[in-house]
Write a protein that binds this ligand. Structure first.
Ligand code: GLY
Ligand code: MN
Ligand code: MN
Length: 443
Protein backbone atom coordinates (compact mmCIF):
# COMPACT_ATOMS: atom_id res chain seq x y z
CA UNK A 1 0.00 0.00 0.00
CA UNK A 2 1.29 3.49 -0.82
CA UNK A 3 1.93 5.98 1.92
CA UNK A 4 -0.59 8.48 0.47
CA UNK A 5 -3.39 5.92 0.76
CA UNK A 6 -2.20 4.87 4.17
CA UNK A 7 -2.31 8.46 5.38
CA UNK A 8 -6.13 8.43 5.13
CA UNK A 9 -6.24 5.91 7.93
CA UNK A 10 -5.83 6.59 11.59
CA UNK A 11 -3.27 3.87 12.07
CA UNK A 12 -0.53 3.52 9.48
CA UNK A 13 -0.46 -0.09 8.39
CA UNK A 14 2.86 -1.90 8.67
CA UNK A 15 4.56 -2.55 5.37
CA UNK A 16 4.05 -6.22 4.64
CA UNK A 17 7.36 -7.94 5.05
CA UNK A 18 8.44 -10.68 2.73
CA UNK A 19 8.75 -14.12 4.32
CA UNK A 20 12.49 -13.98 3.63
CA UNK A 21 12.76 -10.73 5.61
CA UNK A 22 10.99 -12.34 8.55
CA UNK A 23 13.37 -15.32 8.35
CA UNK A 24 16.37 -13.00 8.28
CA UNK A 25 15.01 -11.12 11.27
CA UNK A 26 14.67 -14.40 13.19
CA UNK A 27 18.19 -15.44 12.31
CA UNK A 28 19.56 -11.99 13.20
CA UNK A 29 17.88 -12.22 16.59
CA UNK A 30 19.45 -15.65 17.06
CA UNK A 31 23.01 -14.60 16.20
CA UNK A 32 22.85 -11.52 18.42
CA UNK A 33 26.20 -9.74 18.36
CA UNK A 34 27.63 -12.30 15.93
CA UNK A 35 28.01 -12.14 12.18
CA UNK A 36 26.77 -14.67 9.62
CA UNK A 37 28.12 -15.15 6.10
CA UNK A 38 25.91 -17.10 3.68
CA UNK A 39 26.96 -17.53 0.05
CA UNK A 40 24.76 -18.90 -2.69
CA UNK A 41 25.85 -21.84 -4.85
CA UNK A 42 28.46 -21.39 -7.54
CA UNK A 43 27.76 -22.13 -11.20
CA UNK A 44 29.17 -25.53 -12.18
CA UNK A 45 30.80 -26.49 -15.43
CA UNK A 46 29.25 -29.57 -17.04
CA UNK A 47 31.74 -29.95 -19.84
CA UNK A 48 34.14 -27.51 -21.47
CA UNK A 49 32.14 -24.25 -21.70
CA UNK A 50 28.70 -25.66 -20.87
CA UNK A 51 27.29 -25.26 -17.38
CA UNK A 52 24.76 -27.31 -15.44
CA UNK A 53 21.44 -25.51 -15.14
CA UNK A 54 21.98 -23.09 -12.28
CA UNK A 55 20.45 -23.92 -8.89
CA UNK A 56 20.89 -21.50 -5.98
CA UNK A 57 21.90 -22.70 -2.53
CA UNK A 58 18.82 -23.66 -0.51
CA UNK A 59 19.85 -21.83 2.69
CA UNK A 60 20.69 -18.67 0.78
CA UNK A 61 17.42 -18.87 -1.13
CA UNK A 62 15.44 -19.45 2.06
CA UNK A 63 16.79 -16.18 3.42
CA UNK A 64 16.78 -14.07 0.28
CA UNK A 65 14.82 -15.38 -2.76
CA UNK A 66 17.66 -13.78 -4.71
CA UNK A 67 18.12 -15.94 -7.81
CA UNK A 68 21.55 -14.98 -9.15
CA UNK A 69 24.87 -16.77 -8.68
CA UNK A 70 27.88 -14.88 -7.29
CA UNK A 71 26.04 -13.51 -4.29
CA UNK A 72 26.74 -13.53 -0.56
CA UNK A 73 24.46 -12.53 2.30
CA UNK A 74 26.01 -11.05 5.43
CA UNK A 75 23.91 -10.67 8.57
CA UNK A 76 25.32 -8.38 11.22
CA UNK A 77 24.13 -5.78 13.72
CA UNK A 78 20.48 -6.42 12.90
CA UNK A 79 21.16 -5.71 9.23
CA UNK A 80 21.00 -7.78 6.04
CA UNK A 81 23.70 -6.93 3.54
CA UNK A 82 23.85 -8.45 0.07
CA UNK A 83 26.95 -8.62 -2.09
CA UNK A 84 26.08 -9.41 -5.70
CA UNK A 85 27.07 -8.96 -9.33
CA UNK A 86 27.06 -5.44 -10.67
CA UNK A 87 24.88 -4.36 -13.54
CA UNK A 88 26.79 -5.03 -16.76
CA UNK A 89 25.13 -3.99 -19.99
CA UNK A 90 27.44 -6.09 -22.12
CA UNK A 91 27.12 -9.31 -20.09
CA UNK A 92 23.38 -8.81 -19.87
CA UNK A 93 23.19 -8.92 -23.67
CA UNK A 94 24.68 -12.42 -23.52
CA UNK A 95 23.43 -13.82 -20.25
CA UNK A 96 20.32 -11.88 -19.38
CA UNK A 97 19.16 -9.51 -16.68
CA UNK A 98 21.13 -8.86 -13.49
CA UNK A 99 19.63 -6.92 -10.62
CA UNK A 100 22.77 -5.15 -9.52
CA UNK A 101 23.10 -4.02 -5.89
CA UNK A 102 20.76 -1.04 -6.09
CA UNK A 103 17.74 -2.88 -7.47
CA UNK A 104 18.49 -5.98 -5.38
CA UNK A 105 18.31 -3.91 -2.20
CA UNK A 106 14.90 -2.51 -3.14
CA UNK A 107 13.31 -5.60 -4.62
CA UNK A 108 14.47 -8.09 -1.97
CA UNK A 109 14.35 -5.77 1.05
CA UNK A 110 18.01 -5.78 2.09
CA UNK A 111 19.32 -3.03 4.34
CA UNK A 112 22.30 -2.53 2.07
CA UNK A 113 23.78 -4.08 -1.07
CA UNK A 114 27.23 -3.83 -2.62
CA UNK A 115 29.10 -5.28 -5.58
CA UNK A 116 30.57 -8.70 -4.85
CA UNK A 117 33.98 -7.26 -5.75
CA UNK A 118 33.77 -5.18 -2.54
CA UNK A 119 33.32 -8.19 -0.26
CA UNK A 120 37.00 -9.10 0.05
CA UNK A 121 37.77 -5.63 1.47
CA UNK A 122 34.57 -5.27 3.50
CA UNK A 123 34.53 -8.67 5.16
CA UNK A 124 37.46 -8.19 7.61
CA UNK A 125 35.93 -5.06 9.22
CA UNK A 126 32.56 -6.84 9.35
CA UNK A 127 34.13 -9.76 11.24
CA UNK A 128 36.35 -7.67 13.50
CA UNK A 129 35.44 -7.61 17.20
CA UNK A 130 32.42 -9.88 16.74
CA UNK A 131 32.29 -12.61 19.38
CA UNK A 132 30.98 -15.25 16.97
CA UNK A 133 31.13 -16.07 13.28
CA UNK A 134 28.25 -18.15 11.91
CA UNK A 135 29.43 -20.06 8.88
CA UNK A 136 28.67 -23.38 7.16
CA UNK A 137 32.21 -24.73 7.00
CA UNK A 138 32.77 -27.17 4.15
CA UNK A 139 29.69 -26.23 2.16
CA UNK A 140 31.52 -24.08 -0.35
CA UNK A 141 35.31 -24.25 -0.69
CA UNK A 142 35.64 -20.77 -2.19
CA UNK A 143 33.67 -19.27 0.67
CA UNK A 144 35.71 -21.20 3.24
CA UNK A 145 38.87 -19.75 1.71
CA UNK A 146 37.38 -16.27 1.66
CA UNK A 147 36.48 -16.56 5.34
CA UNK A 148 39.99 -17.75 6.24
CA UNK A 149 41.50 -14.82 4.32
CA UNK A 150 39.19 -12.41 6.14
CA UNK A 151 39.99 -13.92 9.56
CA UNK A 152 43.70 -13.66 8.83
CA UNK A 153 43.22 -10.07 7.70
CA UNK A 154 41.56 -9.27 11.03
CA UNK A 155 44.42 -11.01 12.87
CA UNK A 156 46.72 -8.64 10.96
CA UNK A 157 44.83 -5.75 12.55
CA UNK A 158 45.82 -6.80 16.09
CA UNK A 159 48.01 -3.76 16.54
CA UNK A 160 45.03 -1.47 16.02
CA UNK A 161 43.14 -3.45 18.64
CA UNK A 162 40.95 -5.59 16.33
CA UNK A 163 40.28 -9.24 17.09
CA UNK A 164 38.65 -11.93 14.99
CA UNK A 165 35.65 -13.89 16.35
CA UNK A 166 36.81 -16.39 18.96
CA UNK A 167 33.95 -18.76 18.17
CA UNK A 168 32.85 -20.21 14.86
CA UNK A 169 29.37 -21.76 14.93
CA UNK A 170 27.97 -24.01 12.24
CA UNK A 171 25.10 -22.04 10.77
CA UNK A 172 23.46 -25.15 9.37
CA UNK A 173 22.25 -26.36 12.74
CA UNK A 174 20.29 -23.16 13.22
CA UNK A 175 19.01 -22.95 9.66
CA UNK A 176 18.11 -26.64 9.58
CA UNK A 177 15.95 -26.18 12.66
CA UNK A 178 14.25 -23.14 11.11
CA UNK A 179 13.68 -24.89 7.79
CA UNK A 180 12.20 -27.94 9.49
CA UNK A 181 9.00 -26.06 10.30
CA UNK A 182 7.52 -24.62 7.13
CA UNK A 183 5.81 -21.23 7.17
CA UNK A 184 2.66 -20.46 5.20
CA UNK A 185 4.54 -19.12 2.19
CA UNK A 186 6.52 -22.35 1.99
CA UNK A 187 3.46 -24.55 2.36
CA UNK A 188 1.75 -22.67 -0.46
CA UNK A 189 4.69 -23.31 -2.79
CA UNK A 190 4.92 -26.94 -1.72
CA UNK A 191 1.25 -27.46 -2.52
CA UNK A 192 1.79 -25.88 -5.93
CA UNK A 193 4.72 -28.21 -6.57
CA UNK A 194 2.63 -31.17 -5.39
CA UNK A 195 -0.28 -30.28 -7.68
CA UNK A 196 2.00 -30.02 -10.71
CA UNK A 197 3.85 -33.21 -9.81
CA UNK A 198 0.54 -35.05 -9.41
CA UNK A 199 -0.59 -33.79 -12.81
CA UNK A 200 2.66 -35.13 -14.27
CA UNK A 201 2.06 -38.56 -12.77
CA UNK A 202 -1.49 -38.62 -14.06
CA UNK A 203 -0.27 -37.66 -17.52
CA UNK A 204 2.37 -40.42 -17.46
CA UNK A 205 -0.21 -43.02 -16.39
CA UNK A 206 -2.51 -42.01 -19.21
CA UNK A 207 0.30 -41.96 -21.76
CA UNK A 208 1.52 -45.44 -20.83
CA UNK A 209 1.13 -47.86 -23.74
CA UNK A 210 2.12 -51.41 -24.54
CA UNK A 211 5.49 -51.47 -26.27
CA UNK A 212 6.42 -48.03 -24.96
CA UNK A 213 9.71 -47.01 -23.38
CA UNK A 214 10.58 -45.71 -19.95
CA UNK A 215 11.93 -42.48 -21.43
CA UNK A 216 8.60 -41.77 -23.09
CA UNK A 217 6.98 -41.59 -19.67
CA UNK A 218 9.85 -39.44 -18.39
CA UNK A 219 9.15 -37.07 -21.28
CA UNK A 220 5.47 -36.86 -20.29
CA UNK A 221 6.47 -35.89 -16.75
CA UNK A 222 8.94 -33.28 -17.96
CA UNK A 223 6.41 -31.84 -20.38
CA UNK A 224 3.72 -31.49 -17.74
CA UNK A 225 6.11 -30.02 -15.16
CA UNK A 226 7.37 -27.35 -17.51
CA UNK A 227 4.00 -26.73 -19.14
CA UNK A 228 2.59 -25.82 -15.75
CA UNK A 229 5.46 -23.52 -14.83
CA UNK A 230 7.62 -25.67 -12.55
CA UNK A 231 11.36 -25.16 -12.93
CA UNK A 232 11.72 -28.82 -13.85
CA UNK A 233 12.50 -31.98 -11.92
CA UNK A 234 13.47 -31.57 -8.28
CA UNK A 235 15.67 -34.67 -8.56
CA UNK A 236 16.58 -37.24 -11.20
CA UNK A 237 13.32 -39.01 -12.03
CA UNK A 238 13.02 -42.77 -11.81
CA UNK A 239 10.92 -44.46 -14.48
CA UNK A 240 11.48 -48.16 -13.90
CA UNK A 241 9.66 -50.92 -15.78
CA UNK A 242 9.34 -54.40 -14.26
CA UNK A 243 12.39 -55.56 -12.31
CA UNK A 244 14.14 -52.21 -12.81
CA UNK A 245 11.89 -50.98 -9.99
CA UNK A 246 13.91 -53.21 -7.65
CA UNK A 247 16.96 -51.02 -8.31
CA UNK A 248 16.23 -48.30 -5.78
CA UNK A 249 18.11 -45.49 -7.51
CA UNK A 250 17.46 -46.68 -11.07
CA UNK A 251 18.26 -43.77 -13.37
CA UNK A 252 18.70 -45.19 -16.88
CA UNK A 253 15.03 -44.79 -17.85
CA UNK A 254 15.82 -46.22 -21.28
CA UNK A 255 14.26 -49.71 -21.42
CA UNK A 256 11.12 -50.99 -23.10
CA UNK A 257 8.24 -51.37 -20.66
CA UNK A 258 7.29 -55.01 -20.00
CA UNK A 259 3.76 -55.69 -21.33
CA UNK A 260 2.70 -57.70 -18.29
CA UNK A 261 4.74 -55.79 -15.75
CA UNK A 262 4.44 -52.80 -13.52
CA UNK A 263 6.15 -49.46 -13.93
CA UNK A 264 7.37 -47.48 -10.94
CA UNK A 265 7.73 -43.73 -11.33
CA UNK A 266 9.41 -41.63 -8.65
CA UNK A 267 9.33 -38.03 -9.84
CA UNK A 268 8.61 -34.60 -8.48
CA UNK A 269 8.95 -31.08 -9.74
CA UNK A 270 10.44 -27.96 -8.21
CA UNK A 271 8.51 -24.71 -7.79
CA UNK A 272 10.35 -21.63 -6.54
CA UNK A 273 12.95 -23.99 -5.10
CA UNK A 274 10.46 -26.29 -3.34
CA UNK A 275 10.27 -29.97 -4.17
CA UNK A 276 7.43 -32.41 -4.49
CA UNK A 277 8.34 -36.09 -4.20
CA UNK A 278 5.79 -38.58 -5.49
CA UNK A 279 6.03 -42.26 -6.44
CA UNK A 280 3.36 -44.19 -8.24
CA UNK A 281 3.36 -47.76 -9.49
CA UNK A 282 0.93 -48.97 -12.12
CA UNK A 283 0.49 -51.85 -14.57
CA UNK A 284 1.76 -51.14 -18.06
CA UNK A 285 -1.41 -52.55 -19.56
CA UNK A 286 -3.73 -50.62 -17.27
CA UNK A 287 -5.06 -53.55 -15.19
CA UNK A 288 -3.29 -55.11 -12.21
CA UNK A 289 -2.81 -58.88 -12.27
CA UNK A 290 -3.93 -60.75 -9.14
CA UNK A 291 -0.35 -61.02 -7.85
CA UNK A 292 0.41 -57.38 -8.60
CA UNK A 293 -2.79 -56.32 -6.87
CA UNK A 294 -2.01 -58.43 -3.78
CA UNK A 295 1.39 -56.78 -3.46
CA UNK A 296 0.03 -53.32 -4.20
CA UNK A 297 -2.67 -53.57 -1.55
CA UNK A 298 -0.05 -54.48 1.03
CA UNK A 299 2.06 -51.42 0.21
CA UNK A 300 -1.03 -49.22 0.21
CA UNK A 301 -2.09 -50.58 3.59
CA UNK A 302 1.42 -49.91 4.88
CA UNK A 303 1.17 -46.34 3.67
CA UNK A 304 -2.25 -45.91 5.28
CA UNK A 305 -0.88 -47.23 8.58
CA UNK A 306 2.13 -44.92 8.35
CA UNK A 307 -0.04 -41.87 7.65
CA UNK A 308 -2.25 -42.77 10.62
CA UNK A 309 0.85 -42.75 12.85
CA UNK A 310 1.71 -39.14 11.99
CA UNK A 311 0.55 -36.44 14.35
CA UNK A 312 2.00 -33.67 16.46
CA UNK A 313 4.05 -35.23 19.24
CA UNK A 314 4.58 -38.60 17.52
CA UNK A 315 8.16 -39.72 16.98
CA UNK A 316 9.63 -39.36 13.50
CA UNK A 317 10.11 -43.13 13.40
CA UNK A 318 6.47 -43.97 14.22
CA UNK A 319 5.28 -44.05 10.59
CA UNK A 320 8.25 -46.24 9.63
CA UNK A 321 7.49 -48.72 12.37
CA UNK A 322 3.83 -48.81 11.37
CA UNK A 323 4.72 -49.41 7.72
CA UNK A 324 7.29 -52.09 8.52
CA UNK A 325 4.74 -54.05 10.55
CA UNK A 326 2.13 -54.06 7.78
CA UNK A 327 4.73 -54.85 5.11
CA UNK A 328 6.18 -57.71 7.15
CA UNK A 329 2.72 -59.18 7.74
CA UNK A 330 2.22 -58.91 3.99
CA UNK A 331 5.52 -60.66 3.24
CA UNK A 332 4.40 -63.57 5.40
CA UNK A 333 0.99 -63.67 3.69
CA UNK A 334 2.75 -63.69 0.29
CA UNK A 335 5.08 -66.50 1.50
CA UNK A 336 8.14 -64.34 0.95
CA UNK A 337 9.01 -64.85 4.61
CA UNK A 338 7.94 -67.34 7.22
CA UNK A 339 7.88 -67.07 10.97
CA UNK A 340 6.52 -64.73 13.60
CA UNK A 341 6.13 -61.13 12.48
CA UNK A 342 7.75 -59.70 15.63
CA UNK A 343 10.81 -61.88 15.13
CA UNK A 344 11.07 -60.99 11.43
CA UNK A 345 10.99 -57.32 12.35
CA UNK A 346 13.45 -57.76 15.20
CA UNK A 347 15.96 -59.65 13.06
CA UNK A 348 15.56 -57.26 10.12
CA UNK A 349 14.56 -60.14 7.83
CA UNK A 350 11.96 -57.90 6.19
CA UNK A 351 14.80 -55.72 4.82
CA UNK A 352 15.37 -58.22 2.05
CA UNK A 353 12.19 -56.85 0.45
CA UNK A 354 11.95 -53.42 2.06
CA UNK A 355 15.40 -51.92 2.48
CA UNK A 356 14.77 -48.19 2.75
CA UNK A 357 13.10 -45.97 5.29
CA UNK A 358 9.51 -44.80 5.07
CA UNK A 359 10.09 -41.09 4.76
CA UNK A 360 12.27 -38.03 4.99
CA UNK A 361 11.84 -34.30 5.47
CA UNK A 362 10.83 -32.49 2.30
CA UNK A 363 11.24 -28.84 1.34
CA UNK A 364 13.81 -26.83 -0.58
CA UNK A 365 15.85 -30.00 -0.80
CA UNK A 366 14.12 -33.23 -1.66
CA UNK A 367 15.87 -34.81 1.32
CA UNK A 368 15.39 -31.66 3.28
CA UNK A 369 17.26 -29.99 6.09
CA UNK A 370 16.51 -31.06 9.64
CA UNK A 371 17.64 -33.56 12.22
CA UNK A 372 15.98 -36.95 12.55
CA UNK A 373 17.30 -37.68 16.00
CA UNK A 374 18.43 -35.69 18.97
CA UNK A 375 20.95 -37.89 20.68
CA UNK A 376 19.27 -41.29 20.97
CA UNK A 377 15.72 -39.97 20.71
CA UNK A 378 13.80 -39.61 17.46
CA UNK A 379 12.59 -36.11 16.69
CA UNK A 380 9.04 -35.34 17.72
CA UNK A 381 6.76 -34.37 14.87
CA UNK A 382 5.30 -30.87 15.11
CA UNK A 383 2.80 -28.85 13.05
CA UNK A 384 4.35 -27.41 9.90
CA UNK A 385 6.83 -30.22 9.36
CA UNK A 386 6.61 -31.74 5.89
CA UNK A 387 7.67 -35.28 5.11
CA UNK A 388 7.19 -38.07 2.64
CA UNK A 389 5.44 -41.36 3.33
CA UNK A 390 6.89 -43.90 0.94
CA UNK A 391 6.67 -47.59 1.78
CA UNK A 392 7.66 -50.09 -0.88
CA UNK A 393 8.08 -53.75 -1.69
CA UNK A 394 10.88 -54.95 -3.97
CA UNK A 395 10.93 -58.60 -4.98
CA UNK A 396 14.03 -59.68 -6.87
CA UNK A 397 14.00 -63.13 -8.49
CA UNK A 398 15.53 -65.87 -6.34
CA UNK A 399 15.00 -69.62 -6.05
CA UNK A 400 13.22 -69.27 -2.70
CA UNK A 401 10.86 -66.56 -3.94
CA UNK A 402 7.49 -67.60 -5.46
CA UNK A 403 7.86 -67.20 -9.20
CA UNK A 404 4.67 -65.25 -9.77
CA UNK A 405 6.09 -62.47 -7.55
CA UNK A 406 9.42 -62.10 -9.36
CA UNK A 407 10.33 -58.58 -10.47
CA UNK A 408 7.44 -56.90 -8.72
CA UNK A 409 8.72 -53.59 -7.40
CA UNK A 410 6.27 -51.15 -5.85
CA UNK A 411 6.56 -47.83 -4.07
CA UNK A 412 3.74 -45.50 -3.16
CA UNK A 413 5.00 -42.09 -2.06
CA UNK A 414 3.02 -39.08 -0.96
CA UNK A 415 3.84 -35.86 0.85
CA UNK A 416 2.21 -34.75 4.08
CA UNK A 417 2.27 -31.79 6.42
CA UNK A 418 1.97 -32.46 10.13
CA UNK A 419 -1.02 -30.81 11.82
CA UNK A 420 -2.16 -30.64 15.45
CA UNK A 421 -4.60 -33.50 14.97
CA UNK A 422 -2.70 -35.66 12.52
CA UNK A 423 -1.40 -34.83 9.08
CA UNK A 424 -2.70 -33.63 5.74
CA UNK A 425 -1.67 -35.45 2.59
CA UNK A 426 -1.36 -32.83 -0.10
CA UNK A 427 -0.29 -34.94 -3.09
CA UNK A 428 -3.32 -35.98 -5.08
CA UNK A 429 -2.51 -38.43 -7.86
CA UNK A 430 -4.48 -41.67 -8.44
CA UNK A 431 -3.39 -43.98 -5.64
CA UNK A 432 -5.74 -46.91 -5.08
CA UNK A 433 -5.99 -49.81 -7.52
CA UNK A 434 -9.44 -48.59 -8.57
CA UNK A 435 -8.27 -44.97 -9.04
CA UNK A 436 -5.25 -46.00 -11.09
CA UNK A 437 -7.20 -48.40 -13.32
CA UNK A 438 -9.91 -45.80 -13.83
CA UNK A 439 -7.35 -43.12 -14.74
CA UNK A 440 -5.66 -45.43 -17.23
CA UNK A 441 -8.95 -46.53 -18.86
CA UNK A 442 -10.24 -42.98 -19.22
CA UNK A 443 -7.75 -41.99 -21.92
N1 GLY B 1 12.92 -39.32 -4.76
C1 GLY B 1 13.80 -39.52 -3.70
C2 GLY B 1 13.16 -40.20 -2.58
O1 GLY B 1 12.06 -40.70 -2.72
O2 GLY B 1 13.67 -40.23 -1.50
MN1 MN C 1 11.20 -39.56 -1.10
MN1 MN D 1 10.72 -40.14 -4.28
Amino acid sequence: MTSSRASHKKTVPQKRRRPQELRRARLLAHIGAGVAVIPTAAEKVRNRDTSYPYRFDSDFWYLTAFPEPDAVLVLVDGRSILFCREKNAEREVWEGFRYGPEAAKEVFGFDAAFPLSALEAQLPPLLADRPTLWHSLGQDAANDARIVRALNAVRGMARVGKRPPALIHDLRQTLDAMRLIKDDAELTLMRQAADIAAAGHLRAMRACRLGGFEYELEAELSYEFRRRGATGHAYAPIVAGGGNACVLHYADNDKRLPDAGLVLIDAGCEVQGYAADISRTFPVKGRFSAAQKDCYEIVLAAQTAAVAAIHSGAEFNAPHEAAVRVLTEGMVALRLLSGAVDGLIESGAYQRFYMHRTGHWLGLDVHDAGDYKQGEAWMSLAPGMTLTVEPGLYIRPAPDVPKHLHNIGIRIEDDVVVTEQGCRMYTHAPRTVAEIEAAMQSV
